[in-house]
Design a protein around this ligand. Structure first.
Ligand code: PLP
Length: 366
């Protein structure tokens, strides 16, 4: 059979599981004194739950967070029975049985969810997390609701194992909202003595002791995103994306390239075409401002990113590097996920979670 991972067209995505494990250990050292969990929602930020979850477990991680029940089922299949798995988005009506069956813990975010979980588990208390909304206005009990719930007999059937909230602007140092959330969360936490508390995401881990509490919940930083924007990243890159050049051509001044002729050659230029596009998660918004590296030289995207193709201006790249079959680097080295996000008018999170299904994937260091 043809080994498709060796065929030249399309993108080649390398996921470095050794770097993923090292990033978890780096975060665990930073958060020393608190437990370091791992957020593996959105298929481990595009890296793949079946490979990423066991690598994190082997590094020492015991607690995992996903967004959806379906992701929790994948995580359970990839992890040993002692791993604790929380489902951040709560639980849809009538699904308590599915949670019990796979030993999953919902993150309860409303009185209705608390009541349904309690009713479904009256025979034997089953652990769940409580989500308190301290400013996001998205998911979770309000602070007054959480305070009132603390003394409510319904909790006898819920067995809260974690009380958590989520920071609005952790990546903006000194945002006054963070201090307000830290204060509100400390009040809630005091109403739940003996229950572990969690507030910090990746950036929150680097905000000092205030937000750390008992358990930190990094996601992005595990996968190589910078949790300290504006400062050098303490994390190791995890994903690398390359694509082989499919064709090279010369265009004369005044000729256009791509759909709707959005780019016109200002002089004689050499163009290279890559076999990947927005169908592979490379955003169309990177048209005219993204770049790739060919032979180490920055080569701008020209024209619109199309479904399956991207055009590069490789005029400045060494001729021997800009030829059919030679690699172009799209994510990796100086083009870290944060830079790639910026070059597409978005954030690195969206680049990672959109990583294409058509890429040939290679896992290293597992
Ligand atoms: C996604 C998410 C995280 C992880 O955030 P990062 O910024 O990726 O570290 C933590 N907690 C909650 C509730 C989340 O939704």
């Amino acid at each position: 059979m043809t080994d498709l991972s060796r065929t030249p067209h399309g993108g080649r995505l390398t996921v470095d599981l050794g770097a993923l494990a090292a990033n978890w250990r780096r975060l665990a050292a930073e958060a020393a004194g608190a437990e370091t969990a791992a957020v593996i929602k959105a298929d481990a930020y595009g890296c793949g739950i079946p490979a990423a979850a066991p690598a994190l477990r082997a590094a020492g991680c015991r607690t995992f967070f996903v967004a959806h029940l379906s992701e929790a089922v994948s995580a359970r299949a990839a992890l040993p029975p002692d791993a604790v798995i929380y489902v951040l988005n709560g639980f849809p009506p009538g699904s308590a049985e599915a949670y019990r069956g796979a030993d999953l813990r919902p993150v309860l975010g409303s009185r209705d969810e608390v009541a349904e979980w309690a009713a479904a588990n009256r025979a034997g208390r089953r652990p769940a997390a409580l989500h308190v909304d301290t400013g996001m206005n998205r998911l979770g009990l309000s602070v007054p609701e959480a305070m009132a719930l603390a003394g409510d007999p319904v909790l006898a059937d819920v067995a809260p194992s974690l009380v958590m909230s989520h920071l609005v602007s952790a990546e903006v140092p000194d945002d006054p909202l963070t201090a307000r959330q830290v204060g509100d969360f400390a009040r809630v936490r005091a109403a739940y003595p003996g229950v572990a508390a969690s507030l910090a995401n990746s950036a929150g881990v680097f905000l000092g002791r205030g937000p750390r509490h008992d358990l930190v919940r990094p996601g992005y930083a595990l996968y190589g995103g910078n949790p300290t924007p504006g400062r050098p990243s303490p994390m190791r890159p995890v994903v690398r994306l390359e694509a082989e050049i499919a064709q090279v051509r010369e265009v004369a001044p005044g000729e256009s390239a791509g759909y709707n002729a959005r780019w016109t050659a200002p002089s004689r230029r050499r163009l290279a075409t890559l076999s990947l596009g927005y169908a592979d998660g490379f955003p169309r918004s990177a048209s005219g401002r993204g770049e790739a590296r060919v032979g180490g030289v920055a080569c701008p995207f020209v024209g619109t990113v199309s479904m399956d193709l991207i055009i590069l201006d490789v005029t400045d790249a060494p001729a021997e590097a800009a030829r059919r079959g030679a690699p172009a680097l799209l994510i990796g080295d100086a083009l870290d996920v944060d830079a790639v996000g910026r070059n597409a008018g978005t954030i690195g999170y969206e680049i990672l979670t959109g990583l294409g299904r058509r890429y040939a994937r290679e896992y290293r260091g597992g």
